[in-house]
Design a protein around this ligand. Structure first.
Ligand SMILES: Nc1ncnc2c1ncn2[C@@H]1O[C@H](COP(=O)(O)OP(=O)(O)O)[C@@H](O)[C@H]1O
Ligand SMILES: [Mg+2]
Length: 358
């Protein structure tokens, strides 16, 4: 059966989501608007997604029996985080379609595999990089790439965790120590004009869609604000994202983060095989939002209109920022989204606000 022969899932079907955080919560809310019901799989009971979902399974990701019966109870399975273990993905996919596919997870979980795939298979430019497995290899990589450079663990890094900037040869030993002997990559330090991202989707019918370019500002390596549509959107970034999705035979929403250089060239920094923080502004922009877009893509629905009616700014509420909720709730042209996390912690994403700025 070719993809285009597959009938769309009807309202009332059950969507399984691996992971129960805020992304799962917002996916579940969007799915409910279309008449779907969600089943959350998460090791921890009572997380943000479970508050708004019909079914919840609490078991560890390596519990094959639990994953299998969860997947069997659903019509399609997706996930809200990229560190879904390979066996969990394989088990779920043996029972029902898993979108995005296991290859997307495999590529996105490891920075070396990811950058190699994007450069060599999808033929999309990335910064120069070298694999590094010892201090000796790190010295060799520094000679090859020059300084400054960024050393990053291959797996499990997020919000700047697991990375160190090497400015001089004197930093090498210390930087390698910080990796705690885990496989790493060394990346050329990129002097960028700005950081931009693209949220794009490819459906199980092969239809593709993308939002306008997003400009992102990070504070302490955590996303602070996203503005969209960004100035000087040539449409090239969206084209590159679609190229990567095609190479992966991808189904769902994918985020692609880029460094834009002073001459306008674009280098992919990383991809996320899921909805993404830099796409939250779409919820209040007067178009199909990224969460609904993902649900539509994995259920074979038409993707719909991704053209925003407004210019938007999204600001994350990190840690105690959330305590301003009542002031924010009275601001004009402002939409507040809270994730229902019971405990406020310093770097924890507690919610976000979307403001119409034009
Ligand atoms: N090679 C690089 N050159 C310059 N800045 C970088 C480089 N790699 C990462 N950064 C900065 O660090 C941030 C986080 O790095 P990233 O690789 O996206 O990891 P994470 O998984 O933590 O988001 C980037 O958004 C960028 O601001
Ligand atoms: Mg990043």
């Amino acid at each position: 059966m070719t993809k285009t022969d597959q009938a769309p899932l009807s309202p009332g079907s059950i969507i399984g989501i691996l992971g129960g955080g805020q992304l799962g919560r917002m996916l579940s809310l969007a799915a409910a608007r279309l008449g779907f019901e969600c089943h959350i799989f998460d090791p921890v009971w009572g997380g943000p997604a479970s508050h708004v979902s019909r079914f919840e399974t609490n078991a560890s990701y390596d519990n094959v029996d639990a994953v299998l019966s969860f997947a069997k109870s659903c019509d399609v399975v997706t996930y809200e985080f990229e560190n879904v273990p390979a066996l969990t993905a394989k088990t779920a996919a043996s029972a029902n379609p898993l979108f995005p596919n296991a290859q997307a997870l495999n590529v996105a979980q490891d920075r070396f595999t990811e950058k190699s795939f994007i450069r060599d298979t999808a033929k999309v430019p990335v910064a120069l990089f070298e694999p590094v497995n010892s201090v000796h290899e790190l010295k060799r990589a520094v000679k090859k790439l020059g300084l400054p450079a960024v050393l990053k663990t291959r797996r499990f890094g997020y919000d700047g965790k697991g990375q160190v900037i090497i400015k001089s040869e004197g930093d090498i030993a210390e930087a390698w120590k910080a990796m705690k002997d885990t496989p790493a990559i060394l990346e050329q330090f990129v002097t960028f004009k700005r950081e931009v991202s693209v949220i794009a989707a490819r459906s199980s019918t092969g239809e593709t869609a993308a939002y306008p370019l997003i400009e992102n500002v990070h504070k302490n390596h955590i996303l602070h604000t996203s503005v969209a549509p960004a100035a000087e959107d040539t449409g090239r970034a969206q084209g590159l994202a679609v190229q990567i999705m095609s190479a992966l035979d991808y189904v769902g929403v994918m985020a692609c983060e880029f460094f834009e250089l002073h001459d306008g060239a674009l280098l992919v920094n990383e991809i996320a095989p899921r909805v993404h923080n830099s796409g939250h502004w779409t919820q209040d922009a007067g178009c199909i939002d990224q969460f609904e877009l993902h649900i539509r893509a994995i259920t074979g629905w038409p993707l719909g209109d991704t053209t925003p009616a407004h210019k938007m700014e999204m600001t994350n509420l990190i840690g105690q920022d959330v305590e301003n909720w009542s002031e924010l709730a009275s601001e004009p042209k402002t939409f507040i989204h809270l994730y229902g996390k019971r405990e406020v912690k310093p770097a924890r994403k507690m919610g976000h606000v979307n403001r119409i700025i034009d």
